[in-house]
Design a protein around this ligand. Structure first.
Ligand SMILES: Nc1ncnc2c1ncn2[C@@H]1O[C@H](COP(=O)(O)OP(=O)(O)OP(=O)(O)O)[C@@H](O)[C@H]1O
Ligand SMILES: [Mg+2]
Length: 256
């Protein structure tokens, strides 16, 4: 099976969690699965920016990215977060390769909205490099930064980046590992199954807000682009990847 795993930023905060993810991914490789990882790093970036006396503003879950903070975005997401993750994956016996959407032009974006600054909307994904790496047994580990026209660089919401890559790669499953048990309903209970229309209602009804609004929007997009199964599950749970694949895990599943 081919799968795309999106790792949320809070999962990357501790060495213990990164190692657990590495061990789980290594097991999937051992079972013959091909995996591509896309990661965020929002919390780490917020801390770094706070140290520079920049308070991030979010509009519907997307970080306003004025050009002067792009350097920090690259240092944190493509730099420390990506490098540390790759190092921990290597320690788990994976052949991890860290990259961004800029590399080999694999993810090209354009400005999403002038109010958001350098936030990118994915325009196209060229899966050639990612396909080659995964066919050769490497684990592509992609930070959510994309290239654009004339050398532009964009900060892309990691969920949107994951959905766009999943669609271009034609993966069998897209799994979002996050820091909550799944998509929660108005009473705070995990919703087990969702259709795109229900997900849209959760957004319109302001039940899914902020980061979850961004994630559901990306999930709906992935389904629209032909991905049959999208899971939103808690990455802190033990053995969550295997359990999500074999259907014994908790969390939310969107189906086409
Ligand atoms: N209805 C909802 N169900 C579940 N979580 C929700 C809901 N509405 C809002 N949220 C928030 O969405 C958050 C998940 O999105 P968030 O963007 O913070 O994480 P992530 O996407 O996994 O990480 P990153 O953005 O760093 O890649 C939850 O921690 C929760 O606070
Ligand atoms: Mg998020």
């Amino acid at each position: 099976m081919r799968l795309l795993v999106k790792l949320g930023g809070t999962l990357l905060e501790t060495a213990e969690r990164r190692t657990s993810l590495g061990v789980q991914l290594k097991r999937l490789f051992g079972e013959g699965h091909e995996v591509v990882v896309v990661h965020g790093g929002g919390k780490r970036l917020s801390r770094y920016l706070a140290g520079l006396e920049h308070e991030s503003e979010f509009i519907r879950g997307l970080r306003v990215t004025p050009p002067e903070i792009l350097d920090a975005v690259l240092r944190v997401l493509a730099g420390s977060v990506n490098r540390q993750l790759v190092a921990d994956f290597q320690a788990s016996g994976l052949q991890a390769v860290g990259l961004t959407g800029i590399d080999a032009g694999c993810v090209q974006a354009s400005q999403l909205d002038p109010r958001l600054g350098q936030v990118g909307k994915v325009e196209r994904v060229d899966p050639t490099l990612l396909n080659r790496l995964s066919r050769d047994g490497y684990l592509p580990t992609v930070a959510c930064v994309a290239g654009g026209d004339s050398g532009a660089i964009y900060n892309v919401n990691a969920d949107q980046m994951a959905a766009a890559c999943a669609a271009a790669l034609g993966v069998d499953r897209l799994v979002f590992l996050t820091d909550v048990g799944g998509v929660l309903d108005v009473g705070g209970q995990v919703i087990k199954r969702l259709e795109s229309a229900d997900a849209r209602s959760l957004i319109d009804g302001k039940i899914a807000i902020g980061g979850m609004e961004a994630k559901l929007t990306a999930a709906i997009d992935a389904i629209r682009q032909g991905i049959h199964r999208v899971s939103i599950v808690n990455g802190h749970e033990a053995d969550i990847l295997a359990r999500t694949l074999n259907g014994t895990g908790a969390g939310t599943e969107l189906r086409a």
